[in-house]
Unconditional design. Sequence first.
Length: 387
Amino acid sequence: MPAFDVIVVGLGGMGSATVHQLAARGHRVLGLEKYGPGHDRGASHGGSRIIRQSYFEGQEYVPLLLRSYELFDRLATDSGRDVITLTGGVMAGRPESRTVAGARASAERWGLEHEMLDAAELRRRFPTMAPCPDEVALFEAKAGFVRPERTVLAQLELAARHDAELRFQEPMRAWEPAGDGVRVITDVATYTAGQLVITPGPWAPELLADLGVPFAIERQVQHWFRPRGGVDAWLPERHPIYIWEYDTDGSQVYGFPAIDGSAGGAKIAFFRRGTPTTPDTLDTAVHPAEIAEMAAAAGRVLPDLPGEHLRGEPCMYSTTPDEHFVISRHPEHAAVTVACGFSGHGFKFVPVIGEVVADLATTGATAHPIDLFDPRRFSGAKPIFQE
């Protein structure tokens, strides 16, 4: 008999959600992580991530989001950790922009509560914002932010409470088929299991090279500024999260209220404007030219910014060419489930992806809609879930 029902490799956002789900269902689970719990080496750090339902990236995501909201609320209750805060959210730009038109289409298709604001109404409600006369915004009251580090730690704590075995500073070096299951090799030991789950984050090109997905790993920089005039107007009870498509070339910035008060400032970043990197070559410095570029973009739409630059922090995105996720049983290995390619818009889905991956690893199927995420879309092969 294998020592474990499932081994999960990578305990960031998605991996920690998966071990939590599996352990809560009574499975014997081993979680392996290259670094320590809640580390800052991948894409599950930086203090905050946007959560929203009016989804311009694709209307197909909305059912997953609705379930994710339910599971974030449950995670907060079960763990006692403050992991989700609803502040309202603004998707701003010209009416025909992807940010606005896509969000509106999702909201209308799924009957999501929302309001359309013209430039004057947006300025009236949120004096910190300075739209052009031809810009509009979709306002979603149920948008807000989640705390990535707290979410990961909450999920790991709950997994351990359900007897998951979690081993940190122990990366997987290799895996191989073993009968109907798998054998996983680390520097410490060799383990066997009925199923293997790989949630590799920016290590996807290395660990899943045989999947045939052209992953791109990008360095992205998050910035924190202290707004001119202080943070009173930027506190979470007064200021929404926002994504703003401010140029006709599709350039976007996104940002948050001052969720940690004056000392923390207000976080802002470019949405998908990264440079190629690898985990081993990531430039962890934040350069003056990057700060100046961010300050200039912020000042175009938020007159209280840039203010004083408090700090910057690089992270890594792992993305696919179509920007959609990869979630599936491995096309060539029935005992392996993969979940990757989330960066840029994935963290809001963390708890529901844990549910999906736990389903796949234990039954080979899920009731959640995931056809969009089949890795075979890049090879032209028949999708795994297609009849």
